[in-house]
Design a protein around this ligand. Structure first.
Ligand code: SF4
Ligand code: SF4
Length: 200
């Protein structure tokens, strides 16, 4: 669904966002009782707005516009603490994932572009090598975000400890991993990103 279609649907149906999240994730945010337990346990919540329980409320209020500009689900580390704590057994982490997907599907500008870029190059590295090529991921993230020297000071120490290789190492059955990722992508119907950069 494009951003224009989403907005039109939002105007027609006051429950459109909640219903879309339910259809995509199987999670009914309408069951949230705003107890705040998810936010209290979230390691990311102290530094971002809106907090997990506020995200739940914004979905119930059908406020896609505010959510399109929100940082929370881009910083979500998928630790699932919120999900484990929720007395209503809502899989909040799945809702966060679904919100990321909705923003990308709608062609919207992610509020945290650098995080979205890192997600993209991380997955591409996994697809290409069957595992993460850290140096390639960092370089591609830096070039795509226009910050070529970001984290450069960490490099020498990591090289020195053998934590960073200059060449990728492919796993033996990387084609299988590539197929799994492609299948997941088709299943989620996430729009493909720009073509891979050299070295990915
Ligand atoms: S899964 Fe995401 S939203 Fe939930 S507690 Fe962890 S970081 Fe916070
Ligand atoms: S823990 Fe569950 S019920 Fe409580 S605010 Fe978070 S989502 Fe709502």
């Amino acid at each position: 669904m494009t951003e224009h279609e989403s907005t039109a649907e939002q105007e027609r149906n006051p429950h459109a966002l909640r219903e879309r999240i339910l259809a995509l994730s199987g999670e009914d945010v309408g069951r949230c009782i705003q107890c705040g337990k998810c936010t209290a346990g979230c390691p990311v919540a102290p530094d971002v707005q809106p907090t997990p329980n506020q995200v739940m409320q914004l979905i119930r209020m059908n406020d896609l516009e505010t959510l399109m500009g929100a940082s929370m689900f881009w910083y979500c580390s998928s630790c699932q603490t919120c999900t484990a704590r929720c007395p209503m057994e809502i899989d909040i982490e799945a809702v966060m994932n679904t919100l990321r997907r909705l923003v990308l599907e709608a062609g919207g500008e992610p509020a945290e572009k650098d995080v979205a870029t890192l997600n993209k190059v991380f997955l591409r590295s996994l697809r290409a090598h069957g595992r993460i090529f850290e140096f390639g991921v960092v370089m591609n993230r830096n070039l795509r975000t226009g910050k070529p020297l970001r984290d450069a000071m960490l490099g020498p120490a990591m090289f020195g400890k053998g934590k960073l290789g200059l060449r990728p190492h492919n796993v033996r059955q990387r084609k299988k991993i590539k197929r799994i990722i492609e299948k997941a992508r088709r299943f989620e119907r996430v729009e493909p990103g720009p073509p891979d950069a050299p070295g990915e």
